[in-house]
Design a protein around this ligand. Structure first.
Ligand code: GLY
Length: 415
């Protein structure tokens, strides 16, 4: 099958790796992807440019990785052009594009989530802070690449973030804090059909022990040894399916990947956020364990027959993923440093994100430079393998978290 993947990060590198054997093109891609796919330029914010490239490459399936093209209407344009596309329409992608919209859908579907207030004027910030904190949860109500959320005990920090979001032209959402460990559950959704992938957990803070600023994600592991056996089914029953049904009821059915970010508190799972696409870095860990051919499943969603696919098949054991970040990430990442290491061209171990090729050498071209994936019979083995591989990669000034999955391994997470 000729498949066009849109995106340029570690998530898209993992998608390509899971679809090896097909005729793959990726746009705009990154330097590490050239062994798996033809890399082409594209403006991801332009639905027409994506349609043009799909036509030029005779794509039989387009898989849209990031949220920006989805919210811009790339899936709508591809459907209009008659090209099968994995990814929701602009209207359905509002589940990620507008947190206020997502709250409205959840209220209508009876899905548990944090209470929230949307603020559009600087003058209303103080009363929202009084109502919701501490602990303060302050979110950018627009797309912020996973970095628009501040969770803090510090009122001044919460206020400063709210002001910065408003000054950037977006509304801001104040939310009650949801207790409990977080779960990322990726669900394939085709209308009312929901097929979950393995549950995963992301590590969003920059430094060990969940210290430092929020990032796009510094590492992940899957599945979750601490989740009850029926945990995935509960999240599907309580969250994903009611939302899918509500989207159908509204006349905007969801087709693509619904990322349920939930906190599992004393009353069970409640939604922290939805995303309209695979999550990064969890995808890199989750897909490394998938045995069912991914391309067939994504095509089934695109063509509207996910109900014929059945349960997905998974390798036994665990996977862990550790992100190598450039010096200064996330505030001001230093790019241009040369990356060396033996595993750099092995996509079963290293998935590139912010890399470029200069004079035949890989250099850092973004904050999250690459991610390393390890697998093992136990979570401890999977983590050990990832750390062994990352230890062999050099990038001056770079850093990575040393405690990915540690609380789960130490049995420190309980429900
Ligand atoms: N793992 C966070 C995200 O993909 O937004």
């Amino acid at each position: 099958m000729r498949i066009l993947v849109i995106g340029s990060g570690g998530r898209e590198h993992a998608l390509l790796n899971a679809m090896q054997g097909h005729d793959l093109t990726v746009a705009p891609g990154n330097a590490g992807m050239t062994r798996l796919a033809t890399v082409r330029p594209v403006d991801v914010a332009s639905p027409q440019a994506i349609v043009d490239l799909a036509r030029e490459t005779n794509a039989e399936l387009v898989v849209i990785g990031p949220e920006v093209p989805l919210v811009a209407g790339a899936a709508d344009a591809l459907i209009e052009a008659g090209v099968p596309v994995f990814g929701p329409t602009k209207a359905a992608a509002q589940l990620e594009g507008s947190k206020a919209f997502a709250k409205d859908v959840m209220a209508a579907a009876g899905v548990p989530t944090a209470s929230a207030t949307r603020v559009e004027k600087l003058v209303d910030i103080a009363s929202a802070l009084d109502e919701y904190g501490p602990r303060y949860v302050v979110k950018d109500d627009g797309l912020a690449g996973g970095k628009g959320v501040v969770v803090t005990e510090d009122r001044a920090e919460a206020k400063a973030h709210a002001e910065a979001v408003l000054e950037a032209g977006n509304p801001v959402l104040f939310e009650s804090f949801l207790e409990g460990p977080e779960v990322s559950l990726f669900c394939l959704v085709d209308g009312e059909t929901v097929v979950p992938l393995l549950p995963a957990q992301d590590h969003k803070r920059a430094y060990d022990n969940d210290e430092g600023p929020n990032t796009g994600g510094m590492g992940a592991y899957a599945p979750l040894p601490w989740l009850p056996e029926d945990g995935v089914a509960t999240i599907v029953d309580v969250i994903a399916r009611p939302v899918a049904e509500e989207m159908v009821r509204r006349g905007t059915p969801y087709q693509g990947l619904l990322y349920v970010g939930a906190a599992w508190g004393p009353d069970g799972p409640a939604v922290v956020e939805f995303n309209a696409r695979f999550g990064d870095p969890e995808t890199q860990a989750v897909l490394s364990l998938l045995e069912t051919p991914l391309a067939d499943v994504l095509l089934a969603v695109a063509e509207g027959h996910l109900d014929e696919v059945g349960e997905l098949q998974w390798r036994d054991g665990f996977a862990a993923m550790v992100v190598l970040a450039a010096e200064g990430y996330p505030q001001a990442a230093k790019t241009g440093g040369v990356i060396t290491g033996e595993a750099l061209d092995d996509p079963t171990k290293v998935l590139h994100a912010g890399t470029a090729l200069e004079d035949g050498e890989y250099v850092a071209a973004g904050g999250r430079v690459l991610g390393v994936v390890g697998q093992g019979a136990t979570l401890e083995d999977a983590v050990a393998e990832a750390y062994q591989v990352i230890a062999g990669i050099e990038l001056p000034g770079s850093f990575y978290r040393k405690d990915i999955a540690r609380p789960a391994i130490e049995g420190a997470i309980s429900l």
